[in-house]
Design a protein around this ligand. Sequence first.
Ligand SMILES: CC(C)(COP(=O)(O)OP(=O)(O)OC[C@H]1O[C@@H](n2cnc3c(N)ncnc32)[C@H](O)[C@@H]1OP(=O)(O)O)[C@@H](O)C(=O)NCCC(=O)NCCSC(=O)CCC(=O)c1ccccc1C(=O)O
Length: 324
Amino acid sequence: MNSNNNTKDVASMSAARNPSKTAPAVTQRDGFDLIPTTPIVWDVSVDRNPTTGKVWSDITYSKSTQDAAARIAFNRASKLHAFRPTTIREIQHALEDATEDPAIAVIVITSNTNDQEYTPAFCAGGDQTVRSDGGGYQDGTETLPKLRVLDLQVQMRRCPKPIMAVVRGYAVGGGHILHMLCDLTLASTETAVFGQTGPRMGSFDAGYGSVHAADLVGQKRARELWFLCRYYNAEQAQAMGLINAHYPDVELDGRTAQWVRRMVMNSPTALACCKAALNAGQDGAAGIAQMGGELTRLFYLSKESQEGRQAFLEKRAPQFRSKL
Ligand SMILES: CC(C)(COP(=O)(O)OP(=O)(O)OC[C@H]1O[C@@H](n2cnc3c(N)ncnc32)[C@H](O)[C@@H]1OP(=O)(O)O)[C@@H](O)C(=O)NCCC(=O)NCCSC(=O)CCC(=O)c1ccccc1C(=O)O
């Protein structure tokens, strides 16, 4: 966020914090309502895949200098943004770039739904036209058919920055799993539709798609999602705990900006550690490794840790206790 705006926001937030005889309502005192809801300006369009140097074919990728955010958007409206291996690989490359870019604090995953010709969708799951008989998806870019989306799911879990899904239209099948794997989900009140379809399509996700779903909505509801394959609107999805909030479509971009700006104001290390901690239970040793990595990174900043390296370089015995 640009420093001028930031100064103004922080000043008004601390004004909200100061107790007075006529204290504002509790929900106002967290300062959230004071954060501007002007939509984010995505002023940097990244037109080429930073990994391959090629122009994107299935997504668009842009960044906001002012709001320290990256936007990765499905861009296959005629297929309701169903994903094929190319789509997943492009999202992986954009996500890697956003994760590595120190100017980016928050990542938004959404879809380009401005084309009135097609049914609005966030993502209609795996592209069934390229689902092969060889045990996965093959659009001519894989050496062997595979379920590449499972690698993207892991990458999203390991990304230390908050990822927020912004859903307009259908988020179904593998598209529903991707929104669940985002740290937060905002949705359009009028158009968002959520649901699993695997058992109707001869597919299922026995990994995060089941385990994380149960953590979000509870065992009974998760079984309902998978066994009945019904669709839910935004209000129902929020009541179930599948999404964080829904807003009228015209407000959604402004509210997205507000949520992003609030996270950008917060400590990135604290957010990364919270994300790692919230993931650790489901992720077993890999989750603990992610948490442990953050801990080691912070330890490397200490004089005690640096003494170990220094002593080695100076060919002497370390004096850890003198650095405590
Ligand atoms: C969403 C619909 C109900 C919308 O219906 P409607 O408004 O009438 O639009 P359509 O005319 O049906 O669609 C327009 C256009 O898009 C094409 N399309 C839609 N969805 C797909 C798709 N998934 N694949 C390919 N193409 C799709 C549709 O054919 C039309 O094209 P035309 O050329 O005009 O014919 C409806 O579209 C619908 O029901 N869609 C299917 C939704 C669905 O069931 N998706 C789930 C697929 S299975 C899956 O996602 C598995 C994913 C996976 O890879 C996986 C596997 C194992 C473990 C984990 C995973 C994981 O994803 O995590």
